[in-house]
Design a protein around this ligand. Structure first.
Ligand code: ZN
Length: 375
């Protein structure tokens, strides 16, 4: 096999020469994965489910997906930090991820032929940033729990014109549920009317999570609208659970431990410390999937007439105890009079629901599974 290590500096030159594509907020120059792969003789490109793309050539196979924190090179997991971004010209990598991928390509070209075969892709391909569920229902999200924030005694935030957060969250959730159901996804709403689940706030939140854990969906989305003292603040935010919110010494309720064990495919062990370890392993596993779902939503919300305030972490109760990939979406700031007017408009709420549905369509658990299995 030819020694191709000389190509590594060539990549650096290419990037420096300004052939890189524009980043999204990240100032570091990026390079299209397609371009990088082709330098190493991998010219065949194939779209796989979940927005993944397979590059092949010279007997090697590379699988990359936008926002996936890793790539598969001949079945070997290559961590990519930051994850590849989906750009108009195709997926791009930057910074450490660009270096890691280049190194992996070089190693693959000069090393022995691949020993691990890459599993055959499932049928039904969906290109990156794929179509709405209308065209291609995601095969891997079959059931989802949607949690319209607040309700009943709990109004949530109140806009300056009097619009209530609980009204907005319920309507957007119902619209989202309707869209997803039309595409064959089973939807469970934590509430389908203006009501609370308990007059005690903590118990209300607990019941939402219990309901979700009982249903064992593929993911959990809690929908909210934000509030700030300044009327100028606006923008959407997507939250995932905070890593440190998982306290290894915490004793989760027994029922949650049993569920965790079941989901990990093991019989629930009697030993409490093993059960606790299983629970925390599961929490860690869900964290990366939650992040993927959050990023899907963020990408889908781009282009709305407001600000992208990014993906964040928080120790929200519903995120901490949900036993599935879980996110909390703050649609926008109801405290901003302009936003309040928009949130009061059914057409805009339908648009929000459609964008959320698209995000669920591009969130593909199979991808996360592939990453995990090869780690
Ligand atoms: Zn809220």
């Amino acid at each position: 096999m030819r020694n191709l290590t000389w190509l590594a500096p060539a990549i650096a030159l290419l990037v420096a020469a300004g052939t890189a594509c524009a980043g999204e907020g990240d100032p570091r120059p990026a390079l299209q994965v397609r371009r990088l792969a082709s330098l190493y003789g991998m010219k065949e490109e194939k779209a796989l489910p979940g927005g993944r793309t397979e590059f092949s050539g010279n007997g090697h196979v590379l699988i990359v997906a936008p926002l996936c924190p890793g790539a598969l090179m001949d079945g070997r997991f290559i961590p990519l930090d930051p994850p590849p971004t989906g750009e108009a010209e195709g997926m791009a990598v930057r910074g450490n991820a660009l270096e890691a991928l280049t190194e992996a390509l070089v190693a693959a070209m000069v090393g022995p032929p691949p020993a691990v075969s890459v599993p055959a892709p499932a049928p039904s391909a969906s290109p990156a940033g794929g179509p709405a569920p209308a065209d291609d229902p995601p095969a891997t999200v079959r059931k989802i729990v949607i949690d319209p924030g607040h309700g009943g005694d709990f109004d949530g935030a109140r806009g300056r014109q009097g619009l209530l957060e609980k009204t907005v969250t319920l309507d957007v959730s119902r619209r989202l549920a309707d869209l997803l159901r039309r595409h064959g996804i089973q939807v469970v709403l934590t509430r389908d009317s203006d009501r609370h689940l308990s007059s005690n706030l903590r118990e209300d939140l607990k019941r939402r999570v219990d309901l979700s854990n009982h249903e064992s969906p593929d993911c959990f989305i809690s929908i909210h609208a934000n509030y700030a003292a300044s009327p100028a603040v606006r923008g959407y935010e997507v939250y995932t659970g905070r890593p440190e919110a998982v306290d290894e010494r915490a004793r989760p309720p027994a029922a949650e431990l049993d569920n965790a064990s079941r989901r990990l495919g093991a019989d629930a062990p009697d030993d409490p410390s093993t059960r606790r370890a299983l629970f925390h392993a599961l929490q860690r596993e869900f964290r990366s999937e939650s992040r993927e779902l959050a990023e899907s939503i963020r990408v889908s919300f781009r282009g709305l007439p407001t600000e992208d305030r990014g993906v964040k972490t928080a120790g929200f109760y519903v995120l901490k105890w949900a036993e599935v990939p879980a996110v909390l979406v703050e649609l926008d700031f109801i405290s901003n009079p302009e936003v309040e007017k928009r949130l009061g408009n059914p057409t805009h709420r339908q648009e929000l629901a459609e964008r959320l549905a698209r995000a669920v369509g591009t969130f593909d658990r199979e991808l996360a599974k592939t990453c995990r299995e090869t780690r």
